[in-house]
Write a new protein. Structure first.
Length: 242
């Protein structure tokens, strides 16, 4: 049985994440990001990162934009906006996380609404657990959204055409997204089997706030596992600095 305190905590943290996203959207409406795709990245990541990403946005998203604007007016290009490399990597990792978040939300609800999709993806034939088939769908949608997000950051910055831009996005996002999903899948497996099934004797269903609270934590785990991969990708020049 799911404890009442966990149910209340799940609702609370989901609301906090939603509120953080709304605050960022409202601020971006008044002062949009220089790179338009980041107007999507920040609030989407706030859905799971909540207060932490709200702080990150106001310190390194909104502030960086203002510094860049001031630098431009003074004729110094981006010299005034030299973020620490660790912050640059965190932004790049968040960029990957936005695609993963959108993909996973869409895939989970699509699989819930149309369970036959999970059968097509191997439930009952390859996988005994429905969740594993849903993970296949999660990865497909997360990857497609990830390529979308990467294309609209890399292609404009490198002045690439459609084909070259997509290939660059594939190179930048494949390892990053895979590392993110590994962290996310790992925690969700612990939550589903270890915490809810074995410890609480309950099923973790997509229609419950507990599921999405666990997904918030899983996304943070994905950030942790993807961060070092993004560090290497940016160092190698496969991924642009945000």
């Amino acid at each position: 049985m799911i404890p009442v305190w966990l149910h209340i905590a799940s609702i609370f943290f989901l609301l906090i994440g939603f509120l953080a996203a709304v605050i960022i959207i409202a601020d971006e409406w008044r002062s949009p990001q220089q790179m338009w795709i980041m107007n999507l990245v920040w609030p989407i990541c706030a859905l799971f990162g909540s207060i932490l990403w709200l702080w990150f946005y106001f310190h390194y998203g909104r502030t960086a934009k203002r510094k860049a604007d001031a630098s431009h007016h003074l004729g110094h290009g981006h010299d005034m906006d030299r973020s620490a490399f660790s912050v640059i990597v965190a932004k790049g990792t968040s960029h990957c996380g936005a695609g993963c978040t959108l993909g996973d939300i869409l895939a989970e609800w699509l699989a819930f609404a149309f369970p036959v999709i999970t059968i097509w993806l191997g439930w009952h034939t390859i996988f005994s657990e429905k969740m594993f088939a849903v993970w296949v769908l999660d990865f497909i949608f997360a990857y497609l959204f990830g390529i979308f997000f990467q294309y609209f950051s890399i292609a404009p910055m490198r002045n690439l055409g459609l084909r070259d831009g997509i290939w660059a996005a594939v190179k930048a996002d494949t390892l990053s997204l895979t590392a993110w999903q590994v962290g996310m899948y790992g925690f969700m497996a612990i939550a589903v089997f270890g915490i809810f099934r074995d410890l609480l004797g309950a099923r973790l269903e997509v229609v419950t706030p507990e599921f999405w609270f666990m997904m918030q934590i899983a996304m943070l785990c994905g950030f942790v596992t993807s961060y070092p991969v993004n560090w290497w990708l940016i160092k190698a020049g496969w991924k642009e600095k945000m």
